[in-house]
Design a protein around this ligand. Sequence first.
Ligand code: UDP
Ligand code: MN
Length: 379
Amino acid sequence: MWENKVKMKSHSSQDTLFKVTDVITEGWTMSQAYVTLATNDGYAIGALVLGHSLRSNNTTKDLVIMIAPAVSEAIKSMLESVFNKVIIVDVLDSRDSAHLSLLKRPELGVTFTKLHCWTLTQYSKCVFLDADMLCVQNPDDLFSHPELTAVCDIGWPDCFNSGMFVLVPSVDTYGKLLQHAETSGSFDGGDQGLLNSYFPNWQRVSFIYNMVASATYTYLPAYKQFGANAKLVHFLGALKPWQHRYDAGSGSVHTAPGYEHLAPYLNSWWALYNRLVKPGVPEMDLQRALEVKSPVEEVKEIEDQVKVNDSEEEHENTCASDHVYNGDEVAQQLSGLSVAHESLQEGQARWERGEPDYLGRDSFANIQAYIDSKIKNGK
Ligand code: UDP
Ligand code: MN
């Protein structure tokens, strides 16, 4: 139903050679696609909303999703109704070159899965999008840009953020990327470090193609000036849209503490979810999907465990200064029982807003004490 139209042109005989190339690149047999990735039901729900948001902004491109076998049947069949192609990728079980590379670099797990988009050679060009993005205006003009086009990262703007990038599928490039991963690794342990070192001469496009939602807060005047131009919003960070609580009564999202500024975009995300995703998936599967643990919750569980271990054994306070927390206190702080009554999520949200508490909770000495307590507990 979403097939691209084949475009043919009539040409004069003198410029046949030139025009033949033209026809091929415009989609004679080769179409173009947005590609996303979901290794679990939580991200698959995100991808469903992203897919619907692209459709409702009248994209003319194919939609492709790469999923891991862990995605449930009910959600997979919903994905099939929104995406042109649902491709199952399981790097760990495959016996291909990616698998061999992965054996040597086990830390690059999900990274390799993202690289699969270079194998989609039935497409002349693709735009990869993270599953935690939302389309608010048609971004199809991205396809007029070359590989590798992306947006500056807000943390280190010399690098691009790998939540959105334009690529040209090629088995050759795929092989070279795997080789690069194997020999050079990734400086941040993920796809962003790997892709930035492989594509040092990337092309920059406007922030409106990967507008990190928290930018509305960190640079309000710029947001007021340019925010209305945004085409793709990115919910980068620890808490994803599906992990915020939605109040059906009031019809709005209860944002987690520290995420209040995201409310307008979270409400748009939930409006699409409620209208187009929720009715199509059995309640039980949805419940399970929305319960997929957030990275914040996973860290909290580990910290709680550290706290239990610490209270079970007596140990000396090895910290050098009166102002440095010992292992117990640090674990307590990080598990949400801080003396300053700041929860782990609040602390993380503050950090993500660019407001670290350098002299207090986030001081170097406290971070060091925290790492020491982890090592001591064999974590
Ligand atoms: N992803 C996934 N499963 C995971 C983690 C990540 O499928 O467990 C995919 C998903 O498409 C996600 C992308 O990888 O959007 C990048 O991760 P994330 O968006 O969480 O990173 P952030 O943008 O917050 O740095
Ligand atoms: Mn993301």
